[in-house]
Every structure is written in C-alpha cells, then in structure tokens.
Ligand binder design. Structure first.
Ligand SMILES: Nc1ncnc2c1ncn2[C@@H]1O[C@H](COP(=O)(O)OP(=O)(O)OP(=O)(O)O)[C@@H](O)[C@H]1O
Ligand SMILES: [Mg+2]
Length: 286
C-alpha cells in the first residue's frame, strides 16, 4: 500500500483537484483506492463525488477514537474501487486534540497499517496551511505531492514554508521515521504566459534541494477541471479525447502522465488506460 499526501503550505493551489482526479484515475485503472479528506475547514473532497454508501463516521472517529472499523468510517463513492473517509471534524477540534496527545504527530502513521490489506493506494487531501495536522499527514506518507502555481513569488514562499516544515520534521527522522520526498507539480500552467520559462525557473529554485523535486509533468489551466468538479465526475472521464479546437492535451493524458510520474511502479497499468478503455468506463458510468 502506498500512502500519498497532497500538501501545500498555501491555500488554493489545486490540492483537492489533484487528490480527486489522481484518486479516481487510479481507481479506474483497478487500484483499490482510498481518499482521506483531512481539510476540516473546506472539506470539499468529502462531497467531490457522489457517495453511494455513507458511513456514519469519518476522520474524526479515526483520529480522535482510533476507530478503524471500515463499516463505521469508510464510505463508498459512485466510482468503483474508490472509497472515502469524509472530514467530519465540524468544530475543528482535531487539531487541539493532536497538539495535546503525546502521540499527536504520529497518530495517523500508527493507524495506517489497519488499511494495508484492503487498499493499494491512499491519497490524503489536506488544508493549505502549516500546522501540526499537516506534519502528521506528511509523517504518515510515502510521498508528498505538492501542487504549485507557476508564479515566482509563490514558489519562493512555498520553498521557505515547505523547507521549514521539513526541517521541523527532521527530529522525527532522527527517531527512525522516514520523511517522504516532496514532489512538486506545477498546476494551472497558462498557455498564454511564457509557460516554459516559468517552469524552468521553478525547477532552478529547487534544483539543489535533495528532499524536493519538480515533476516533469505539469497540469495546464483548463476549464475541464472546473466542469468535472461541478459535475462530480473525474476529469479523465469527462475529457478522454483531445478537443479538436485546443492545443493542450486531454484531461486523460494530463492525469495519466501525472500518475505515471508520481507512481512509476504502476506505469503499465496506467498506460493501459487508453482513450478506448476510458470511453468504455465513462459510458458505463460506474
Ligand atoms: N489545472 C486547473 N485548471 C483550472 N482550474 C483549476 C485547476 N486546478 C484547480 N483549479 C480550480 O482552482 C480552484 C482551487 O482548486 P482546489 O480546490 O483544488 O485547491 P486547494 O488547494 O484544494 O484549495 P484549498 O487550499 O482551499 O483547499 C478550484 O475552483 C478548482 O476547480
Ligand atoms: Mg482543498
């Protein structure tokens, strides 16, 4: 089981969009995938896709009471192979609870083995701010994906914030815990700006950093991501063919390439997700 978190020390960078689309694409490719919504303030991942079987509980039950009973905390979405732990921390209490608990930052990492036999991939969406919660999620992950807008000021600010967070976690590294690599994906790349130059500069900012790398694949700014979100369907199902009036690739090729870059161990499975295959899945609408 691979645990991937989607993190950023800033809000609105595309974390939920990335979590939802990577998750649904992986599920459509046959991986048993679990989405965890850890954004108590804007729990948008919890309602991103229709839920066909709603569990009573969610993240609060898992983290506050250590409840790992699947029937109580895991909901089924309308997408086959895609399950969800909703964010039900309505009063934003988890953060204080975790700050006070002696095992606070390790709690999620300690609970994850309960999911091991049932899922191939877990994707955790987070709130865009530096907090004990974010550190807890990073400590539980094998890889941290970080969407970043193509903007120099944001990139520098991000660099500082993320490095401070990673520095803060080094103490846990000394205790034998692994700190995951951070993989930046440039999101909302605009066709009209000098996209390539901005991308290269972002790369330069991080080139000497061993813990942070910039992925080759990027996500262009495209209406399809917004329409997919409002319709509650994965972008790769909504647009599996490249529209004839557009230069940029289809949502399917964008998400497929991202999935391959982040999880190279599943490359063959992802490459098998051709236009024809996805067309069938989309038509069956399961
Ligand atoms: N590549 C993209 N192209 C077009 N729109 C995008 C893209 N990525 C994200 N968006 C839009 O930008 C907005 C913010 O994205 P999203 O909610 O995924 O960010 P977030 O990092 O989860 O935000 P928050 O920190 O508030 O949780 C949404 O309206 C989303 O549809
Ligand atoms: Mg979000």
């Amino acid at each position: 089981m691979i645990i991937a978190s989607v993190v950023s020390t800033k809000g609105g960078t595309g974390k939920t969009t990335t979590s939802a689309n990577l998750g649904a694409f992986s599920a459509d490719s046959g991986l048993r995938t679990l989405l965890i919504d850890l954004d108590p303030v804007q729990p948008s991942l919890s309602s991103y896709y229709p839920i066909i079987e709603e569990a009573q509980g969610g993240i609060y039950d898992l983290l506050a009471f250590n409840i790992t009973d699947f029937t109580r905390i895991i909901s089924a979405t309308s997408i086959a192979n895609l399950s969800l732990v909703i964010s039900n921390d309505i009063n934003n209490q988890l953060i204080n609870l975790l700050l006070q608990a002696p095992d606070g930052r390790l709690r999620l990492a300690n609970l994850m083995p309960a999911f091991e036999d049932h899922f191939d991939l877990v994707i955790i969406d987070t709130q865009g701010a530096r907090s004990a919660m974010l550190e807890m999620v990073v400590l539980a992950s094998d890889v941290a994906i970080s969407p970043l807008p193509p903007n120099m000021l944001t990139a520098r600010e991000f660099s500082r914030g993320t490095m401070q967070m990673l520095d803060g976690l080094k103490a846990y590294g000394r205790l034998g815990l692994k700190i995951p690599p951070v993989k930046i994906v440039v999101n909302c790349l605009d066709q009209t700006t000098d996209a390539q130059m901005i991308f290269e500069t972002v790369r330069e900012i991080f080139q000497d950093n061993q813990d942070i790398s910039v992925l080759d694949s990027t996500i262009p700014a495209a209406v399809v991501f917004r329409s997919a979100a409002s319709q509650g369907i994965p972008a790769h199902r909504l647009e599996y063919r490249q529209p004839s009036n557009r230069q940029s690739p289809s949502a399917l090729s964008i998400i497929r390439q991202l999935a391959i870059d982040v999880f190279p161990q599943w490359r063959d499975r992802f490459e098998a997700m051709t236009e024809e295959k996805v067309a069938q899945i989309a038509k069956a609408g399961r």
